[in-house]
Design a protein around this ligand. Structure first.
Ligand code: AMP
Ligand code: MG
Length: 349
């Protein structure tokens, strides 16, 4: 299959390109598009064959459900069995935006889209290109991240192309995304609202609107029998080709430890990559240093995380050492992704 890449200038999709993209999605094809979190790989959420194609293109296990993207709140009402008050309140506050809600579904959404579950994940993205495409296609669009399963989520159209060229119909190239990590997922299908995946919208922000919100115990528990509720959080999401270790603690001690580890690894003949903050990047001796952003700007770090990990996959380093980041606010979401990528290898200094 030929994958067409359409450049979107100033967030306006050319009318011919839009016509082709709409035709593709309405005929059960696949269209990748930018959202404010990461690029999504879209198919018609009501078409079981389109959902199957999404799993195939990504190489994703078909029990891992897809998020349904919508442009209007009325579309949510159309596909769930009941709209809880909390869903209205959260939509009022955070939609369009990086928040996904899990609700009980009705028959309009096939099990192929929800990985066999009776609940459905729904989000209204805050990106002009995504919204324009949703509106013009008049589709609800099932869209997981537009990467090959097991690779970092794509934050540019080039990442999508690297993974999916030849496997999908269209890529709408709207430039680099703004947030860079996936949406917060909140489960409203049970008694206590529960965060199944941390993201830009934090537990505190949610609690301010709807009262007590808990974290899925499966995200934090040391007990391996307590599994995360979101199927996607159970998989080893992404493992860099090089072994990644996070070094946490007092800044000077972290830099000293990374320098020590780098020296040792180099002496053993290994090539070393270092994920550094702006403030520390001159302090490292040896190793290939990639700067991820300023300590004072967690949003910048989130935006660059997946690109840095992809860049190291493209270079031939054997080991990667990363500074740890604060775990308050969006830092919690950054550390959630980084710790998974490191397979929980963390050194405290
Ligand atoms: P992605 O689209 O790649 O960001 O992944 C979507 C995430 O949402 C995965 O971790 C899924 O397991 C999770 N998810 C989607 N639908 C549901 C659902 N109905 N219940 C629980 N988790 C879900
Ligand atoms: Mg994903």
């Amino acid at each position: 299959m030929m994958t067409e890449v359409y450049k979107v200038i100033n967030d306006k999709i050319d009318s011919n390109d839009m016509r082709n993209a709409v035709e593709a999605i309405r005929n059960g094809g696949l269209v990748a598009f930018p959202t404010e979190t990461v690029y999504g790989l879209g198919g018609d959420a009501t078409n079981p064959l389109a959902s199957k194609k999404i799993y195939e293109a990504k190489g994703r296990p078909s029990d891992n459900p897809l998020i349904v993207h919508i442009a209007y709140f009325s579309q949510l009402e159309d596909i769930v069995s009941e709209v809880p008050e909390a869903a209205r309140a959260l939509a009022d506050k955070f939609w369009p935006g990086p928040l996904t809600m899990i609700l009980n579904k009705n028959d309009k959404i096939p099990y192929e889209t929800t990985g066999g579950l009776d609940t459905v994940a729904i989000r209204m993205p805050n990106h002009p290109v995504a919204l324009q495409f949703l509106q013009d296609s008049m589709c609800m669009i099932a869209a997981p991240s537009a990467n090959t399963s097991g690779r970092p989520s794509p934050t540019t159209a080039a990442h999508v192309y690297d993974d999916l060229n030849g496997k999908i119909d269209v890529i709408l190239d709207g430039g680099p995304v703004g947030i860079g990590i996936e949406s917060t997922i909140i489960d409203l299908s049970e008694d206590i609202p529960t965060i199944l995946r941390p993201g830009y919208i934090t537990q505190e922000m949610l609690a301010e609107v709807i009262g007590p919100v808990r974290m899925d115990p499966g995200l934090t528990s040391e007990n391996v029998n307590v599994r995360p509720k979101a199927p996607g959080m159970r998989y080893r999401h992404y493992a860099p080709q090089a072994e990644l270790t996070i070094i946490e603690g007092d800044n000077e001690a972290v830099v000293a430890k990374i320098n020590e580890l780098t020296r040792e690894a180099s002496e053993a003949g290994q090539k070393v990559g270092i994920i550094s903050t702006q403030e520390n990047k001159e302090s490292y001796v040896g190793g290939e240093v990639i700067c991820i952003g300023s300590k004072d700007d967690e949003e910048e770090i989130a935006r660059h995380l997946y690109k840095v990990l992809r860049d190291f996959d493209d270079s031939d380093v054997d080991v990667i050492y990363s500074e740890g980041f604060q775990s308050a606010g969006i830092g919690g979401a950054i550390m959630n992704r980084l710790i998974k990528a490191a397979g929980h290898r963390i050194i405290e200094v």
